[in-house]
Design a protein around this ligand. Structure first.
Ligand code: NAD
Length: 486
């Protein structure tokens, strides 16, 4: 624990590994956690080695049968208490997240409420693990199907939503009766450790939740996936890393859920309510400073409404207050690190060089911290790299179209398929286009799709499986069929 940190956020924040209910030092030493607004280290946390990971696998395997046998209501009540504790502590947790991630306090507060909601939702779902019973078509016997916990689960989360991506996995895993190892991103271990602290306080038994921050995710993950006691991998992160992990998981045919990258198109038709589309575009682009897998990455706007849409969206983005996330009134904090900021700057420079028109922003302010100005690019040439790359920053590229068919074809011309957005006041067009868009989620006249009660996930190379809703619970179970004669 570091008391400096406690004086800024108002609670003690754990900085050890959590293995078997004990906060411990990592065998790989300690690693710094950086503040993206100041470029300084905030504190250090324990750095887990592959040996630490195998110790955590052993305790999780040991804890599994007892946790799986706990009445579902009791598992649910632990999650319900965790929800309440998170809400009681929401301001402190939000501030802690801002320190290591950079996002504006408003976004962090929103994320803590969203993250806690996964615990509440899965507290309710824990008692709804059903099966089925039917009569075989021949009439000879009964077909009984039950759902059992998949087993020790390895959860890997990214830095962009350090609380919600953890609770979206831990909630259903614990509800289903699984024990878990959580590996947070090295940029944001403090939030993950604080969430685990909440679960411990909520009465989750030792060994059920283990947390392993590390600077070397590759070797740690290889060791974990090579252990046949680990039966589930649930990963949220880039498609690139997801592909590597799927190959590793093949060795033991480990059950995988993958929430991967996105390249969301945002379509505005000529019959859209343009003001509503600008509101939606603003949310879809700027939630979490653009660092969201659901972030609108490409705006396809009908040429008849493009001037109005571009002018209004630029005005909204230009009015944002950029600064350290902890300052009240700041709308946009820094990006998470220098690489992310430089990547965004490079994409904008290349697009502008290829003929895109810069309407606002377009540079990193001259100050300490990984800031980048909110940016709108109009008339982006259809082949520009920025349209094919996950921007992960506050930049909105606009492309004009003339026909619905072209807009849908442009939207679908990507290997990703996480989410797509469309704005139109014609219901028939909304549903026709929603069916034609190749994505796991569609926002129709709406710029936000995330909801703990909704099945979240992608098609194509954006993922496998769903998180949230009842579907998210089923990802941590396996079906057992029992053929019965009675
Ligand atoms: P990333 O893939 O670089 O890292 C994600 C996690 O994987 C981190 O914990 C990282 O430490 C770990 N990791 C990296 N290399 C690894 C390896 N070789 N073996 C095991 N683990 C490894 O992604 P990121 O930059 O942290 O996050 C941004 C990405 O996450 C974006 O592509 C975004 O779209 C995606 N994302 C997807 C969703 C979704 O629900 N689909 C949600 C949030 C973020």
């Amino acid at each position: 624990m570091t008391s400096d940190l406690a004086s800024i956020i108002g609670i003690e924040a754990p900085t050890g590994l959590l293995i078997g209910g004990q906060w411990s030092a990592g065998r790989a030493g300690r690693m710094p956690v950086m503040n993206p607004a100041t470029e300084d280290a905030i504190t250090e946390v324990a750095d887990a080695s592959p040996e630490d990971a195998l110790e955590a696998v052993a305790v999780a395997a040991e804890a599994l049968p007892r946790w799986a046998a706990r009445p579902p209501r009791e598992r649910g009540e632990c999650l319900r208490r965790a929800y309440e504790l998170m809400m009681q502590r929401s301001e402190q947790l939000a501030r802690l997240m801002v320190l290591e991630n950079g996002k504006a306090l408003r976004d962090a507060r929103g994320e803590i409420a969203y993250a806690a909601e996964f615990f509440r939702w899965y507290a309710e779902e824990a008692v709804r693990i059903d099966g089925s019973l039917s009569i075989a078509p021949s009439g000879a016997n009964r077909i009984m199907a039950i759902r059992q916990p998949v087993g020790v689960s390895y959860l890997i989360t990214p830095w962009n939503f350090p609380a919600a991506m953890a609770t979206r996995k831990i909630g259903p895993a614990l509800a289903a009766g699984c024990t878990v190892l959580l590996k947070p991103a090295k940029e944001t271990p403090l939030t993950a450790l604080a969430v685990a602290d909440v679960l411990t306080e909520a009465g989750v038994p030792d060994g059920v939740v283990n947390v392993l921050p590390t600077t070397k995710p590759g070797p740690l993950t290889e060791a974990i996936l090579a252990d046949p006691r680990v039966r589930k991998l649930s990963f949220t992160g880039s498609t690139e890393v997801g592909r590597v992990l799927l190959k590793q998981a093949a060795d033991h045919v480990t059950n995988c859920s993958m929430e991967l990258g996105g390249n969301a198109p945002f379509l505005v038709f000529d019959d859209a309510d343009v003001d509503a589309a600008v509101d939606g575009a603003f949310l879809a682009k700027m939630r979490n400073g653009g660092e969201a897998c659901t972030a609108a990455n490409r705006f396809y706007v009908h040429e008849l409404v493009a001037d109005e849409f571009a002018a209004k969206l630029s005005a909204r983005l230009a009015a944002l207050r950029v600064g350290p996330g902890l300052d009240e009134g700041v709308d946009l904090g820094p990006l998470v690190n220098a690489d992310t900021r430089d990547k965004v700057a490079g994409l904008v420079a290349t697009a502008a060089g290829a003929g895109a028109r810069l309407l606002t922003g377009g540079q990193a302010p001259d100050r300490v911290g990984y800031f980048y100005a909110p940016t709108v690019l109009d008339a982006v040439p259809p082949g520009a790299g920025i349209l094919a790359t996950e921007i992960f920053g506050p930049v909105a590229p606009i492309v004009r179209f003339t026909s619905e068919q072209d807009a849908v074809a442009l939207a679908n011309a990507t290997e990703y398929g996480l989410v797509s957005y469309l704005y139109s006041t014609d219901l028939r067009r909304c549903l026709r286009v929603a069916e034609a868009l190749e994505a796991g989620m569609i926002g129709v006249n709406r710029g936000v799709v995330s909801d703990p009660a909704a099945p979240f996930g992608g098609v194509k190379q954006s993922g496998l499986g769903r998180e949230g809703a009842h579907d998210g619970l089923l990802e941590f179970t396996e079906t057992k069929y029992i053929a019965v004669d009675w």
